[in-house]
Design a protein around this ligand. Structure first.
Ligand SMILES: [Zn+2]
Ligand SMILES: [Zn+2]
Length: 198
């Protein structure tokens, strides 16, 4: 599956802002780093940090939605707030793609347009799936899944592996030693063991 590259910038920014917040790393400098990496101008950042954080909380609900109708409803609410203009562009020799940001908008408005515009396009391409919150208890990080099979359940391979270890330990501590073998505990790969929306 091919995902529209230009709109993935907005999806990745949404993911990164949500994860800064979830990890308790929401500082001016880290937010600035995420915005700069996504080619967003920083003017207004000091005054608008709180506003950006409120928006980030709403973006998390898009990733956390339990099924696709709910996810579409969350996206529609945010599209009403965040997107005021849609414009086709074919700059730099790229194929025509949608732009949502106007240059004269405030920082928060630009981030709103870019993130929810990108997530809406992604939802079209991914049929409102391929988004979620990491399945490892206690993690809470959001992810957009552009993998081949689209069955990611974790924010990272690290979380997938440590959750597999946690489950293995939980299981072996409740069974008589020697009764279960590791092969039985990992019937499929650790990344495939839990569905995206269990
Ligand atoms: Zn573009
Ligand atoms: Zn995780």
């Amino acid at each position: 599956m091919q995902f529209n590259h230009d709109n993935m910038i907005g999806v990745r920014l949404a993911e990164e802002l949500v994860n800064l917040e979830v990890e308790g790393r929401w500082t001016r400098d880290r937010v600035a780093g995420a915005l700069t990496a996504s080619l967003v101008r920083l003017d207004g950042l000091e005054q608008e940090l709180g506003e950006l954080r409120d928006w980030t909380g709403r973006l998390r609900e898009v990733f956390a939605a339990a099924e696709s109708d709910e996810r579409c409803a969350r996206i529609n609410e945010l599209l009403d707030v965040g997107v005021h203009r849609v414009h086709l562009s074919a700059h730099d020799g790229l194929p025509p793609h949608l732009h949502f940001v106007r240059d004269d908008q405030r920082l928060t408005e630009r981030v709103q347009a870019m993130t929810i515009g990108g997530l809406a396009i992604f939802a079209v391409e991914a049929q409102a799936g391929r988004m979620g919150i990491c399945a490892r208890p206690g993690c809470g990080r959001a992810f957009a899944d552009t993998s081949r099979n689209g069955r990611r359940a974790y924010c990272s391979p690290l979380c997938g592996n440590s959750h597999a270890v946690q489950r293995y330990r939980a299981r072996t501590s409740t069974t008589v030693a020697g009764e279960t073998g590791a092969a039985e505990v990992f019937p499929r790969g650790p990344l495939e063991a839990a569905p995206l929306h269990a």
